[in-house]
Design a binder for this molecule. Sequence first.
Ligand code: AMP
Length: 800
Amino acid sequence: VVGTPAGTGRHHVGAEQSLGPYINTLALRLRPEADWSFAQVLEHVTTKTRAAIEHAEVPFEEVVAALSLPRDFSRTPVFQTLFAFRRIEDDGWTIPGLSAAIEPMAQTTIQTDLCCWITEDDGRINIELEYSSALFEKRLVANFLQALQHYLAQATTDCSRPWMRIPLQREAESAALQKAGPQLSGELPGASVTDLIWSAAAAHPTEIAVSSADGSITYADLRQRSLQVAANLGRAGVKKGEVVGLAVARSERLPLAILGLLQAGAAYVPLDPELPSDRLRHIESDSGIRYLVSDLTAEGGAPAFAGQILYLDALESGSGPDDAQLLRECQPGEGDLAYLMYTSGSTGVPKGVEVGHGQVRNLLAAFGDLLSIGRGDVLAAITTVSFDISVLELLLPLCAGARVHVVSERLAADGRLLMEEIEQCGATCMQATPATWRMLLDAGWKGSSNLQVLCGGEALPLTLASELRQSCAALFNVYGPTETTVWSSVARVDENPTAIDIGQPIANTRIYVVDEHLAPVPSGVEGEIVIGGDGVAFGYRGQKALTEQRFLADPFHDGARLYRTGDLGRWLPNGRLEHLGRLDTQLKIRGYRIEAGDVEYNLAISPEVSEVAVSKRTGPQGDERLVAFVVPEQGRELDPISLRRHMRERVPGYMIPQHFVALERLPLTPNLKVDYQRLPGLERLDLRGAQAVPPRTESEKLVAEIWSEFLGADGLSVADNFMELGGHSLLTMKVAAEIARQTGVELGPQDFFSRTLGGMAAQLDANKGSEDTRHRARPSSRVFPQWFPRLLRRFFFKRE
Ligand code: AMP
């Protein structure tokens, strides 16, 4: 709806003698269809304007009153953009004794957000924009004017073109908006990922390449043992190009297993034993794997697998006369598949992203150029192989002659333990999501002046960036989806950041911000981020239609492809990219990528659920929570416990909503889709149920008070369990810290899984009498039963 002033009422007898502008504002509601030609749009505007002028005498105030719109005093009602056309017929008129000329009037205030004045003066057309400087930057408005001018010139040359397809900028300007990253500093050796690493190995054979709490391997050994694994894989029947499952514990042998697989010409697909069996089976059948490489026993948590399990010990031992021949035959190249990474899919099952050696080589080389990492450096690798960012952690140091230190899941999940591990291994580089960096800082980590920090996977909050930047040598905000191979852009964060952006493309990568027709939008204008260049993955395994929908031909580079990220962004005046959220309902929660549709689908198949929408909300501690808004099936009550049980069998732990909120109906948009914007907020929850037993003892009251503060929930019962009330990994850390502060008793993460509120209070009481409470409490919190790492993994570290 655009406002336009119209002269009115002057023709009435009686108006002739009065002073005043006699102008009314008309609201023009224009609804041009996307496929109309510019001529059709003009006709539409003409018809609408004529119709509005017929009613020009209805005062605008009456229109507003009749609409009874909710009043918002920050903006004009009905429209926020005004369009005014005036023709200056004669600017030099005289009356006896007086000559007059029209002078522009300097405006310092504006009535609407944006006002476009078109003046026709002696055949010249001037366009002026008045804008609210609180809303628009001068540079943006200048760009807008330029775009408008270019658009009108194009449109009037050929009015038959579809109006949405007429470019807003010259081709050269469009081209300038396709930001390209730098070129790599040098030629890459060989043709595979392993070639890159063996070339570093040749330069530093005796240096430690990989370490963990359990041992270490030198570069020379790593090469020799990986080649052995590769040859034995070939002997076992693994073919070049075949996808093989990977379920190997986090130790110094994890990179070895991956390199062995890659060297065998195979691609790996991580099989996380903690995934519900349905999901695991889907990944197995979708990826078509026949073999699983593992070092886990059934008791140690190996996933149930129908094909053949190849144990790492056996793969490392024994050689044959045909080893060299086997290795030659399976030698991988740039175009071969390196890994298959499954991510949440909106249809309720995960989708596998296919990434090749060429893409990974580019990533590793780009970050090799960007970071100062070399011999003597140590990268602490904390991310599970189920997430693609582990690829950078496990392989980048090996391309640079540095050491990768593989951190176990147990240590990576606990802020205090991780802090000790980073110090002990002498890390000079580490990558994690904002949630993990926050966990470390909250645990009291003070940073390190020789640590390079990579933070990505989710928006980097400004406060976190400031804290991290102060405490480390360098901070990089890295951005990118799995589909373009780990990271596609990088921003080096200033010492005192005032705003966060995602920087510029990495080497051999192009980024565009486009409208829905894939036309680049001018700088400053919001659009979808699309990514081209050497990192673009092959596509989704076995999903041609979905691949075609998301991976498109690059209109600016013949033969190249682009990936539509679904992320919203805009180019900033400084040439860097700003991330502005999502176009769809994909969510990021504590680093985990979740399609709302995946959770919704799996909830909707429960007989208790009629309709459901899933969204993310912020808890009282600023923490993120997954919330399911559920319309229960008729005649049924919402039962979070049974829904949680239902979900546990179907999705990974991080996809189980922390809260289930019953609604009578879901809010809908005018075209009857769920209106996610209008889903309610997360109010303080009243969890008092019929069975509730209120806290009685001092310790129970204390635990209840602390839980309540962090969960944002009232009416806790001694039978409640922290995780079932919406607790999650980061909150357990915070609550444990608060309980330790108030009582001196240190609790571990498992206390939150296994104990009720009453049980936790009893544990505090049991430790009270002891001389050294900290010491007494530790065995329960720091001694982990064998199953514990698996339990932890389920809830904590899909991402880290
Ligand atoms: P994934 O495929 O799990 O790596 O998730 C990719 C998505 O995470 C992107 O499409 C973004 O929506 C989001 N993302 C990743 N890194 C960043 C970042 N540095 N800032 C903002 N969002 C990010």
